[in-house]
Design a protein around this ligand. Structure first.
Ligand SMILES: *Cc1c(COP(=O)(O)O)cnc(C)c1O
Length: 427
């Protein structure tokens, strides 16, 4: 084993340090495997109930009327998420698009949208109109209110109660911290928040931005009262095989409006050819619980490696996981660059390129990114990125297999050691 790792560029010291850290993580890994086993059964039950067969993998083109593969996949998704309906389409281009469809379909002029968990994901700022944009919800007369989290990251129930008014139509809850420093929420916490909001206003609808959270736990927010759960297929539920797509699962009345918004009033879910993507969508969903387990093991391994070396990690080395993202505060530009070069060097694709910080549009500092993915931009595949500014944190996520995630983390450590930024403890 040491030999093959050394062939890949991992020194004996780094490998052995990794093994020492790993030896203490077996109980954590067992728990992750049990969750994956449960979720694998959930996905299998949904596929069996809906009698998935080879005809569902056929490609359709044009209008896509009577696309049985597409319609059945939506039944499978609805059963996995325990919802009345689902919209799962390659025509949904990304997570932001799925969230935009869900919001704009279920909010009308004069309505108010409330986020009870602080600021939403960056790309939603223009969707909502927090940052001015053409075609924002704001432009269509939909207002936005926000209740911030308390300093300790918990829900500010008083502020939320005060923010809910007679115009509050939809409440949006983001499960994952995304690229913020707040904690991610457990499904149980989200369930409590949904109950609270509905106790204040029983007819309010709740949408959960489920990105990065699918299959991390046994329950999904739709099991605890969410009217819609929304996410991207180039994250968890696409299992690394879906090359594009998004999903919205939820109440029939909400999902139907989403379909009317995505295509056209009157057409709804009836149109939208599958373009030959059904094998990837079905098989990706089938693999997703296992893929998510691998990514989670990588995140836990990274937190334990880096925390022991003195770098603050969110979540920390021992906390439960509610999404697949791991933040590691490295403290300097040089360390961020070395870390990302290690992740890149471990990739199956583009392993020979060297990531450099660059001035990415929309950011106020340079950004560094490492990704060597089969699907461009896929973040269920091993990837790392972060803005080059204090506290110099990298956000790292994914890994289609645990072994690849492990190699990526060992390579990041190797590059930090080679740059003289860390000295491994001797044991
Ligand atoms: C990834 C993500 C999105 C959507 O991002 P896309 O890049 O458009 O797919 C939205 N919210 C959260 C929390 C995310 O992680």
């Amino acid at each position: 084993m040491k030999q093959i790792y050394s062939h890949l560029g991992v020194s004996r010291e780094v490998y052995e340090y990794g093994e020492t850290v790993l030896s203490a993580l077996r109980p954590r890994f067992d728990a992750i495997d049990r969750t994956a086993e449960y979720n694998q059964c959930k996905v299998l039950a949904a596929m069996q109930k809906n009698r998935v067969n080879a005809t569902h993998f056929a490609a359709t083109t044009g209008y896509g009327y009577d696309d049985e593969g597409r319609d059945n996949l939506e039944r499978v998704y609805a059963d996995v998420f325990h919802t009345e309906a689902a919209l799962v389409r390659p025509q949904i281009t990304c997570g932001t698009h799925a969230l935009t469809v869900a919001l704009s379909a279920n909010l009308l002029p004069g309505d108010e949208l409330l986020s009870p968990v602080g600021a939403p994901y960056d790309t939603l700022e223009e969707v909502i109109g927090i940052r001015e944009s053409k075609c924002s919800l704001k432009e269509y007369g939909i207002t936005y209110a926000q209740a911030d989290l308390k300093p300790d990251g918990s829900f500010d129930y008083d502020a939320i109660r005060a923010a809910i008014n007679d115009r509050t139509r939809l409440i949006t809850i983001q499960r994952s911290k995304g690229y913020a420093t707040r904690p991610s929420f457990s499904v149980a916490q989200i369930g409590e928040l949904i109950s609270f909001c509905k106790s204040v206003k029983p007819d309010v609808k709740v949408m959960v931005d489920n990105c990065y959270g699918e299959f991390v736990e046994r329950l999904e927010p739709s099991d605890l009262g969410a009217d819609m759960v929304v996410g991207s297929l180039i994250k968890n539920p696409g299992g690394g095989l879906a090359p594009i797509g998004g999903y919205i699962c939820g109440k029939k009345e909400c999902v139907e409006r989403c379909a009317y918004r995505l295509s056209a009033p009157g057409l709804g879910q009836e149109v939208g050819a599958n373009l030959g993507l059904m094998p990837a969508f079905y098989q990706g969903l089938f693999l997703s619980p296992t893929v998510v387990a691998g990514a989670l093991k990588g995140a836990v391994f990274a937190a334990n490696i880096y925390e022991k070396l003195g770098f603050p990690c969110v979540p920390n080395a021992s906390e439960d996981r509610h999404d697949i993202i791991q933040a590691v505060t490295l403290g300097s530009r040089e360390a961020m660059v070395a870390f990302c070069r290690g992740i890149q060097a471990a990739a199956p694709v583009d392993s020979y390129v060297t990531p450099e910080p660059w001035a990415m549009p929309g950011y106020d500092s340079d950004v560094i990114m490492a990704a060597g993915a089969f699907v461009q931009g896929s973040s269920i595949e091993l990837s790392a990125d972060g803005p080059i500014r204090p506290p110099y944190a990298v956000y790292f996520q994914g890994g289609l297999t645990w072994y690849h995630a492990k190699l990526g983390i060992l390579m990041s450590l190797q590059k930090l050691a080679e740059a003289g930024i860390i000295v491994l403890p001797s044991h």
